[in-house]
Design a protein around this ligand. Sequence first.
Ligand code: HPA
Length: 275
Amino acid sequence: MTESDFSSRISQAAEYIRANMPELADTCLVLGSGLGPLTDRVETIASVSYADIPYFPQTTVPGHEGKLILSKLSGKLTFIMKGRFHFYEGYSTQEATFYVRVMSKLGVKTLVMTNAAGGINSSMKPSELMVITDHISLFCDSPLRGANLDEFGVRFPDQTQVYDLELQEKLLSSAKELSIPLHKGVYCYTRGPQYETPAEIRALKVLGADAVGMSTVAEAITASHCGMKVLAVSCITNYAAGISGQPLCHEEVMQNANASSRNSIALMERFFSKL
Ligand code: HPA
């Protein structure tokens, strides 16, 4: 696909959303595992199905419903992405991050993401939360590979501070007010879908990773390229491979994501009240 074809797809998707929403938000919240029930608590203004948005990928993961919702969350008008796209589903990194550019085209300036992650730093217990301060994406494809889309950002973007410090502070103060433990740490992106081996986790620990997961980073890179402010929070759903000696399974991940959902939802509601 040429650069202008890709750019035109982004515009067509954005136009469809613009035509089907009564107004537009400047913030987008991407719901990871466990946060789905948040949408039952927000005021829904309008919603569109991913299936109806031109060129939008479809979600294939159970628990990741494919819907873009315009809502009021703690009084703040925001888009909510109920369901996201992963490289392990078979999408290219460019396809998986397509929506971020569509959001940018619609005027979104702040991207807030949540995800599930394995804890490498053993001070973090399953079902606790971690705000991402930085990431490691060394082993993965860049969403910015190929011709640069100059309308969004520069060819060689700086990555010194991908995750916005002011937003992190707001999240940390929200957690403090609610007495919810919130760790800070570095998230390492792996492609999946297989979980890591214990040797891989030992290697990632040496590299400085506190948690590991299969999403978020490519989206954060794309958003920072567009000049958006980014915030990301991980729910630690399990000890990473080899740390507890127990095998990992998706059921444990979902169980702990659900166990933390009360805290995650309360935290997001308080955080959005500060935006
Ligand atoms: N590894 C990678 N991705 C994950 C994990 C993990 O241990 N837990 C939840 N998502």
